[in-house]
Design a protein around this ligand. Structure first.
Ligand SMILES: C[S@@+](CC[C@H](N)C(=O)[O-])C[C@H]1O[C@@H](n2cnc3c(N)ncnc32)[C@H](O)[C@@H]1O
Length: 251
C-alpha cells in the first residue's frame, strides 16, 4: 500500500483561514504529526491518530512521518501559518535528503497556508506593499552575528521587514539587541507594528515609532513588522490607523 506525507499550513489561527485543500488533506489523513499546540487544533475522529510532539524535535518528527508513510499511512505534518516559512516543510525535506533512500519515493506534497506576516499586514493595511524580507530573530539555529548582519543590510537596502520568533523566555535579550541595531541602521522614526495573536479572538495590533520601541513589546505570539523609509501612517478619527508602503519609489 502506498502512503503519503502532506506538509500543511494551518494558517495563523482562525479556522476560516485554513484553505480548502488543507481541510481535504486533514479529512483523508490517518495520522497527524506536529508541535503540540498545532495538533491540538485538529478534531479527533475514528481512524485518525494524533502524534503531538515538543517544539525542538523537528527532524525526529519528520523521520517519524516518513517512516509511517513508508508503511502505508497517510500522514499530515501540520505547521502554523505556512509550512515553508520557518516551519516543517524544510525539516521534512532535510530528513528526506539525509535519511533512508527509500523516503525519496514517498508521495510528498506541501500545501501552503497564510503566514503570520501576511495576516498581520492585512490587519493594519499594506505595510509590505513594496519590497520586503522576513527574518527569524531566533538564534537557536544560526549565530546572532548573522542576524545582526541581515538586519543591517536589510535596513541599508531599505526593505520593509517582518520578524518571526522575536522574543522568548530563553532569549529575553535578543529582541532588544535587534531593535538597537535597527534604530542605529535606520536612523528615523518609521513605524514598527506589533501584531499579537493575529486572526484569533484576542488579536492586538500596536503601532510604535521605531525610536520608542522597547524590548518588552514582543513575545513569541507576536509577529513584528517594520516599514521602510517611505511607509505612511494614515490617522483616522473613528478607526485604527491604516499603514501602507507605497507601490513605487522615485528614481
Ligand atoms: C516557528 S514560527 C512559525 C511561523 C509559521 N510557519 C507562519 O508561517 O506563520 C512562529 C512565529 O510565528 C509568528 N506567529 C505565528 N502565528 C502567529 C499569530 N497568529 N500572530 C502573531 N504571530 C504569529 C510568531 O512570531 C511566532 O513566534
Amino acid at each position: 500500500m502506498n502512503g503519503s506525507v502532506v506538509i500543511a499550513g494551518l494558517g495563523p489561527g482562525n479556522d476560516a483561514l485554513v484553505t480548502p485543500e488543507v481541510s481535504d488533506a486533514l479529512a483523508r489523513a490517518t495520522d497527524i504529526v506536529g508541535y503540540i499546540p498545532y495538533v491540538a487544533r485538529i478534531a479527533e475522529r475514528p481512524g485518525l491518530t494524533l502524534h503531538p510532539s515538543d517544539n525542538r524535535v523537528e527532524l525526529d518528527r519528520s523521520r517519524h512521518a516518513l517512516d509511517m508513510a513508508s508503511a502505508g499511512k497517510h500522514v499530515v505534518v501540520v505547521s502554523s501559518g505556512d509550512p515553508g516559512v520557518f516551519a516543517m516543510a524544510a525539516a521534512v525535506l532535510e530528513a528526506v535528503e539525509h535519511g533512508d533512500p527509500a523516503w525519496r519515493d514517498v508521495d510528498i506534497q506541501i500545501l501552503p497556508g497564510i503566514t503570520a506576516m501576511l495576516a498581520a499586514a492585512a490587519a493594519c493595511g499594506a505595510p509590505l506593499g513594496h519590497d520586503f524580507c522576513a527574518i527569524n530573530l531566533s538564534d537557536n539555529m544560526k549565530p546572532w552575528e548573522l542576524i545582526e548582519k541581515r538586519l543591517r543590510l536589510a535596513a541599508e537596502a531599505d526593505f520593509a521587514m517582518a520578524f518571526y520568533n522575536p522574543r522568548s523566555k530563553s532569549r529575553p535579550e535578543g529582541f532588544g539587541k535587534a531593535v538597537k541595531a535597527l534604530q542605529d541602521a535606520c536612523g528615523d522614526d518609521r513605524p514598527m507594528i506589533f501584531a499579537r495573536n493575529v486572526s484569533r479572538p484576542d488579536q492586538t495590533i500596536k503601532i510604535v515609532p521605531l525610536t520608542e520601541v522597547t524590548e518588552d513589546m514582543a513575545d513569541m505570539r507576536t509577529v513584528v513588522l517594520l516599514g521602510n523609509s517611505q511607509t505612511r501612517v494614515i490617522e483616522r478619527c473613528n478607526a485604527a490607523p491604516l499603514i501602507y508602503t507605497p507601490r513605487s519609489v522615485e528614481g
